[in-house]
Design a protein around this ligand. Structure first.
Ligand SMILES: Cc1ncc(C[n+]2csc(CCOP(=O)(O)OP(=O)(O)O)c2C)c(N)n1
Ligand SMILES: [Mg+2]
Length: 353
C-alpha cells in the first residue's frame, strides 16, 4: 500500500472516531437533539467500502450514516451543522442526523426506516442499467433489516433485471437490543442472497483493508459481469443503539472483547509497523500480533510522529466543525417553504368549500 493511501485511510479512520465521539458530547450538551445513532467500532466498514467506490457511484445509507458521508468527502462542517439542525447543514438543517443528503457527491441520503434503503437503491440502479451506464449503487443496511419485505422484493428484482447494486450489510449482531440469533432464523446474512442467485461474500468488518479488498472485488464483478452482489461485513458498535440507549443488554465481557480489537487502533498499529521490504526502512521485524492481513505484508509505513500529526489534524477539523455549526443560523420558516417541492407561493391547496 503506498504511503498516500495509507495516510488517507488512517486519517479517515481517526476522523470518523473523533467526529462521532464529539457528536456524543454535543448531544449530551444539548446542542444536538432528536435521535443520534453513532458509529464507533464500525469505522472499517465505511472507510473500506467508500475507498473502494468510484466518485461516480451512488451511495444509499441508513440513519447511522455520518461516517459514510464524511468519508465520501462531505465536509465535517456541513455534517456537524446538519446534526445541530442549522441552515448551513448539508440538508439545510431540515433533515438532521438521519437525513444527510448531497447529490453532488451522489450521496443519496440516510434513511430512518429500516429496510428503506433497498427500493431506493434499486430505483437508482434501475436508472443506471436502463441507460447502460458503468456506475454502481452501494446500498448499506443493518442485520436487522433482512426480515423486511423490501429486502426480499429488492433482491429478487435486482437479480432478475441485473441491476448494478452492491448490497452491504453492516452486521453488528444487534437490532437495537435484539441479538441476531433472536431476530433471524438464518444468522449468516450473506446466505440469504442465494435465494435470489446473487453472488455474496462475508468478510471481517473490523479490518479496513479486508473490507476495502472485498468491496473492490464485488464492485469489479458488478462492472465486469453486471448484476448485483451482496457483501456481509461483521462488525460491532461500541456504543448503544442510539444516544438514548445505554446498551445494558450486552454482556460487558462481550463489549470489552470487541473494544480490545478496536479497528481504528488496530489499523494504526499496523500502519506503524516497519516495512519488511529490504532496504526501505529499518529492518525491525513486523509485529507478530498484528491482525492477519497486515502481518508480513510489504507496504509503506507511517512514523509515530506522523500518526500523532494526523490525530491532531482530525481534532482540529472536528473543533472547527463544531464552531461552524454553532455560528450557523437556524433555518427560518421561509427556508422550510423553499425546500418543499410544491406550493412554493404558499397558496392554500384545499380551500374552504
Ligand atoms: C420499519 C421500521 N421498523 C422499526 C424501526 C425502529 N428501528 C429503528 S433502528 C432499528 C434496528 C435496526 O437494526 P439494524 O438494521 O441491525 O441496524 P443497526 O442499528 O444495528 O445499525 C429499529 C427496529 C424503524 N426505524 N423502521
Ligand atoms: Mg444491527
Amino acid at each position: 500500500m503506498n504511503k498516500d493511501l495509507l495516510r488517507h485511510f488512517v486519517h479517515d479512520m481517526l476522523l470518523a472516531r473523533a467526529f462521532e465521539e464529539r457528536a456524543a458530547q454535543e448531544y449530551t450538551n444539548g446542542r444536538i437533539r432528536g435521535f443520534l445513532h453513532l458509529y464507533p467500532g464500525e469505522e472499517a466498514v465505511a472507510v473500506g467500502v467508500m475507498h473502494a467506490a468510484e466518485p461516480s457511484d451512488y451511495i444509499v445509507s441508513t440513519y447511522r450514516e455520518h461516517v459514510h458521508a464524511l468519508v465520501r468527502g462531505i465536509s465535517a462542517r456541513r455534517i456537524m451543522a446538519e446534526l445541530f439542525g442549522k441552515k448551513d447543514g448539508v440538508s439545510h438543517g431540515m433533515g438532521g442526523s438521519m437525513h444527510i443528503f448531497d447529490s453532488e457527491r451522489r450521496f443519496m441520503g440516510g434513511y430512518a426506516i429500516v429496510g428503506e434503503t433497498f427500493p431506493i437503491a434499486l430505483g437508482i440502479g434501475y436508472a443506471l442499467a436502463y441507460r447502460n451506464l458503468p456506475e454502481a449503487v452501494i446500498c448499506f443496511f443493518g442485520d436487522g433489516a433482512v426480515n423486511q419485505g423490501t429486502f426480499h422484493e429488492s433482491l429478487n428484482m435486482a437479480a432478475l433485471w441485473r441491476i448494478p447494486v452492491l448490497f452491504v450489510c453492516e452486521n453488528n449482531h444487534y437490532q437495537i437490543g435484539t441479538e441476531i440469533h433472536r431476530h433471524s432464523a438464518v444468522t449468516d446474512v450473506h446466505k440469504r442472497a442465494c435465494g435470489y442467485a446473487i453472488p455474496a461474500a462475508k468478510a471481517d468488518g473490523m479490518d479496513v483493508l479486508t473490507v476495502y479488498e472485498a468491496a473492490r472485488q464485488a464492485l469489479d464483478a458488478i462492472r465486469n459481469e453486471g448484476g448485483p452482489r451482496l457483501l456481509e461485513l461483521e462488525t460491532y458498535r461500541f456504543r448503544g443503539h442510539s444516544m438514548a440507549d445505554p446498551g445494558a443488554y450486552r454482556p460487558s465481557a462481550e463489549v470489552q472483547a470487541y473494544l480490545r480489537d478496536d479497528p481504528v487502533e488496530a489499523f494504526i498499529r499496523a500502519a506503524k509497523t516497519i516495512d519488511p521490504t529490504p532496504g526501505k526502512h529499518d529492518q525491525s521485524p513486523p509485529d507478530p500480533d498484528l491482525p492477519s492481513p497486515f502481518g508480513g505484508r510489504a507496504w509503506d509505513t507511517l512514523t509515530p510522529a506522523e500518526i500523532e500529526g494526523l490525530r491532531a489534524e482530525v481534532m482540529a477539523v472536528v473543533d472547527d466543525a463544531v464552531r461552524f455549526a454553532e455560528a450557523s443560523p437556524a433555518p427560518t420558516l421561509d427556508d422550510a417553504w423553499r425546500d418543499l417541492h410544491c406550493n412554493h407561493s404558499h397558496e392554500v391547496l384545499i380551500g374552504p368549500s
